[in-house]
Design a protein around this ligand. Structure first.
Ligand code: UDP
Length: 238
């Protein structure tokens, strides 16, 4: 790997919404391609990359449950949505020459590999990007929790959470022009001030295992590699 990088193995978490572009739903090919190029740039630095993608651009269990669908059933649909996103990202990455594997927490033998930790480790060592699909495999969880769990299982040194804004603010920068961005913030402060980073169970899990969460913007084209080099704008939760 290039010298001076902050991390050698990362878990990149993208929300499903990051894939939909201006379409407002589903996967927009040009947007998925742009994200894949950011992943490729990080991969070209020699970093080992795990990827977890949400499903909110297709289906959210909680919203469907609010409309009367049985919650666990709705959550399984949400998990299946993340598999679609994983396959879409796999295809975009492979088109630009990045080797990948998809592993699903819900076994789906003819579509992708099942999640097997030691096998995933081997893929990383061989330079493959491993995309973890189907969240944790359990209803009532989120892909933020899945990202934290897999980051720990894989021995990643941080979660990189790509978002629409360049870090964590004390209030919403899109509505409050005086909002202040933190360069560092503690897990405790995120939880007690209810700052929008990841859901509370994911933050608590990261805190209990001292796993840093780095929040950065996906909008800049070299955004991810800048963060990995310790440059650019981001917030480190630790
Ligand atoms: N989900 C779940 N268990 C998990 C991960 C996800 O049940 O371990 C379901 C849940 O219904 C959720 C949906 O999958 O609403 C999509 O995931 P998420 O909302 O985390 O996606 P994101 O907001 O990151 O796009």
């Amino acid at each position: 790997a290039e010298p001076g990088l902050l991390y050698s193995r990362i878990l990149l978490k993208l929300s499903g919404e990051a894939l939909m572009g201006d379409q407002g739903f589903g996967l927009e090919p040009a947007t998925v391609d742009r994200l894949a190029r950011q992943v490729k740039a990080a991969h070209d630095l020699g970093i080992e990359i795990c990827l977890v993608i949400g499903g909110g651009n297709i289906f959210r269990g909680l919203s469907a449950a609010a409309e009367g669908m049985e919650r666990t059933q709705a959550d399984y649909m949400g998990m299946l949505a993340t598999v679609m996103n994983a396959l879409g990202m796999q295809s975009a990455l492979e088109r630009i020459g990045v080797p990948t594997r998809v592993q699903s927490a819900i076994p789906m033998a003819s579509v992708c590999e099942p999640y097997i930790r030691r096998r995933a480790m081997r893929h990383l060592e061989k330079g493959r990007v491993v995309i973890f699909a189907a969240g944790t495999g359990n209803p009532y969880f989120t892909t933020d929790t899945a990202a934290t769990l897999r980051a720990m299982e894989m021995g990643a040194s941080a979660i990189l959470k790509g978002t629409q804004v360049d870090g964590v603010y004390d209030s919403d920068p899109r509505t409050n022009p005086a909002a202040q961005r933190f360069s560092e913030v503690s897990y405790h402060e995120v939880l007690t001030r209810n700052l929008k980073v990841m859901d509370a169970s994911a933050i608590a899990l990261a805190r209990d295992n001292a796993l840093p969460i780095v929040v950065f913007s996906l909008h800049e084209d070299g955004g991810l590699t800048d963060v990995l080099r310790g440059r650019g704008r981001f917030t480190r939760v630790g």
